[in-house]
Design a protein around this ligand. Structure first.
Ligand code: 0X9
Ligand code: ZN
Length: 309
């Protein structure tokens, strides 16, 4: 069995995929790993389903991480969530809720494997995927968090190939977003969706694409505040909670807005994990464990609140 210490080291793509397969074979009664699609360069996009057979159908919660290649801690947190969900079969120390009795969990821990590999081999601060686009010459890459079909091409995204927020030629022109869209939409009864990014220490609520206030903003704000308080209890770190376009910046074509606006998923959130500022995307490996533990506390709080919402 693989012995990779994901709480203190950042894995390569191969190490992360081995770790996921290893966890799945160890908890084969709970975890099913499938391939939800393929990246531009042909890498598998892994889908991890965590589900306890209780003889009842449960609402689903979807999670995606590592959309932006350089945001390595988002993968670490996704790995931490998977481990924590299965290690105590969803009954965790802090949770009053049996997380596996309440929900089926679906995780795409590395939404952008091509970009992730590139950050390990060539450019630590690469953000987009590595897609070759007709009309862009030798300039590659689509910002996967601008490629979804929600005000595509609008505010906070760029039509320029060389931009880090290049939205791509059309919605779902990136194979990664098209595949995740299809996978989520093939999942029955999705109650919540979470995207994990870094950095800034924020819990973002809809909308990102407009500064308008979302219909259930007050409910989401209360949930987010409770989650941020749970996080604070663990690490004394403050995460700010609010609508993305109001507290960060407006950005069209994002995943969590898509599921909220276009698919009617009422509980849709984006985390911006630690740090709050410097050293930005390059969170030291010695902080991974703390990032996992604080995020987990807030995530459990979200799950408990969503279960009764
Ligand atoms: O710009 C993004 O896609 C996210 N920030 S990041 O630094 N991780 O790239 C924010 C996404 C949600 N918020 C907005 N779209 N405003
Ligand atoms: Zn990001």
């Amino acid at each position: 069995p693989l012995n990779f210490d994901y709480r203190n080291n950042y894995p390569t793509l191969d190490q992360a995929y081995l770790l996921i397969d290893d966890l799945a074979s160890k908890y084969s009664d709970l975890i099913t790993v499938t391939t939800l699609g393929y990246s531009h360069q042909g890498r598998a996009l892994k889908q991890v389903k965590i589900s306890k057979n209780t003889g009842t159908s449960k609402p689903a919660i979807w999670i995606e991480a590592t959309t932006h290649a350089r945001e390595w801690v988002s993968l670490s947190v996704a790995l931490g969530i998977m481990h924590n969900l299965v290690n105590a079969h969803g009954n965790t120390e802090k949770a009053s809720l049996d997380l596996l009795a309440a929900f089926d969990w679906y995780i795409n821990p590395i939404h952008n494997p091509d970009g992730y590999v590139y950050t390990h081999t060539t450019d630590r601060l690469w953000r987009k995927n590595r897609q070759i686009i007709s009309g862009c010459g030798s300039i590659v890459g689509v910002d996967l968090n601008r490629n979804w079909d929600v005000n595509h091409g609008g505010t906070g995204s760029s039509a320029s190939c060389s931009s880090d927020t290049f939205h791509g030629g059309s919605p779902f022109s990136a194979p990664e977003t098209a595949a995740l869209k299809a996978a989520v939409e093939a999942t029955p009864n999705v109650k919540a969706f979470f995207s994990f990014h870094s950095y800034s220490q924020l819990i973002l609520l809809p909308y990102a694409y407009t500064t308008a206030t979302a219909p259930n903003y007050n409910v989401l704000k209360t949930m987010g505040d409770n989650a941020a308080n749970a996080l604070y209890e663990v690490s004394k770190r403050r995460f700010t909670v609010g609508a993305a376009a109001q507290i960060l910046y407006a950005a069209s074509g994002g995943a969590y807005d898509y599921f909220y606006v276009s698919r009617g998923i009422q509980y849709s959130f984006t985390y911006e994990l630690r740090p709050s500022g410097l050293p930005y995307f390059e969170l030291p490996a010695r902080e991974i464990a703390a990032a996992i533990d604080e995020t987990w506390a807030s995530f459990v709080s979200f799950a408990e609140q969503i279960a009764v919402a």
